[in-house]
Design a protein around this ligand. Sequence first.
Ligand code: ATP
Ligand code: MG
Length: 567
Amino acid sequence: MATEIAPNTTDAGETERETVSRNFIEQEIDKDLKEGRYASVVTRFPPEPNGYLHIGHAKSILLNYGIAKEYHGQFNLRFDDTNPTKEKGEFVEAIKRDVEWLGAKFNGPYFASDYFDRMYEAALKLIRDGKAYVSDLSADEIRQYRGTLTEPGKDDPGRSHSVEENLALFEQMKNGAFEDGSKVLRARIDMQAANINMRDPILYRIAHLHHQNTGDKWCIYPMYDFAHPLEDAFEGITHSLCTLEFEDHRPLYNWVVENVGFAHPPRQIEFAKLYLTNVVTGKRYIKKLVENGTVDGWDDPRLVTIAALRRRGYTPESIQKFIHLGGISKANSSTDYAMLEYCIRDDLKTRVPRMYAVLDPIRLIIDNYPEGQDETFTVPNNPENPGLGSRTVTFSRELYIERNDFMENPPRKYFRLFPGNEVRLMQAYFVKCVGYQKDEQGNVTEVHCVYDPESRGGNSPDGRKVKGTIHWVNAADAVPSQIRLYENLIDEEKGVYNEDGSMNINPDSLKVVQGYIEPALAEAKPYDSFQFVRNGFFCADAKLSQPGKPVFGRIVSLKSSFKLPKA
Ligand code: ATP
Ligand code: MG
């Protein structure tokens, strides 16, 4: 999308919008407006309500919405519900919610099925003009007659029907006189065309199916390549932005809008789909994972549906940034998931509080801290954002720390706790390890320390340095909490898909641990996000949390290998 720089005020006092690196779609639109092809810009997002939207759809939504906004035009949400078998009301609601959540303000929603009467009229016009005919061929015969990339097709005998015969047959099709598959309406274009899509494509098929919007009114349904350009044209769409696989369909798109006869027909422009390396993005694959129970629904936080990303703790801003960084191009490529992680880290870094939570707890006892005593520390919620204020944490003789912050026999360069070593307890005191206990299995059960009362606040009393700083929670008031750690759903060594369409699932993509959180975190509401210091960003799971008993899932760890591309 265009990178805007500050508006310039010219001497004449007019405000000029200056933009740099305009993408190829914006360049085409600029040209169309300059040449007077359209007076304003209208775009749309046309999902089929047969599943939830995913990160790839976000690219299409934000591109179409962004263009409409940039040109002070209009953006429509239209459900492509021409296919009565697969569509569900649940998906319509989910899609609307996701588009809104992404921040795209739309007109509508509109439904393609609301245009069935007008589509039927358009088909009648083509028949009257001698540009469409009813065919008696079976699906197999149509395939045989179509030819191949190297062989031209053969004329369908239906081509010789008169206009009157076609009108009568099409009406009978509509009235239910024929069985499914026994007849179709075809465009009369060119069975020798080099582009197979132009070899008399099917416009209408017979399907005695109940439609969730139109009920049993229709037993003929328009094909996508006929319906889609008409839907665009009926809505006055000017630029119909779609993905590259529709490039070969563009001549047919143009044929439909020209021959049905629109004064300002829409124009199709293709761009590359968004793919993420080693991530399942295709709707039908995500559907498979939902249906076979690999995940706990369309919003399982390990998926990249919009609903899943929201539940995981992604923000609309982070997704907008990710799509913006990826840019718009005409060449397919695959984007690294690390870029998406970079965007959410960057968004949350200064936006959310930094709190204490211990994921794999082990007890730490401060032998020289008086039993029964406690004290409080005031801790800034986010040192990079004073606006987030501060909170009070309590401290006493018994704490929990991370199990891996202690080692009996540390390797070189291990600066955390081990017998004889001193570390800083974040914001609290210096403590020195004086011993530890183990159970029969040899697992460390508690670590013993002594503290230096002079180091209150974590400050060195005499200039002596410690190399390790670890976090902690007070055992007296820490709240036990389920914490979920996610890895890629896919086994990255093997790649996503196998030849038979199956996927390589990573059996360890979900790890559930019982940790301890500081009391303030127990108040978290669904979708509240935090940094758990040293452990990453976490979000209260909207499906699993109970009031006062949040379940946290890790959005992303703190470390990144991703580098922002140079501008
Ligand atoms: P999928 O390929 O995942 O099954 P779809 O193309 O069948 O998705 P639709 O509901 O038909 O899903 O798509 C609505 C719009 O979203 C279409 O214009 C389509 O081109 C666009 N779209 C789908 N996937 C992507 C993607 N990965 N990147 C960009 N746009 C996409
Ligand atoms: Mg589709």
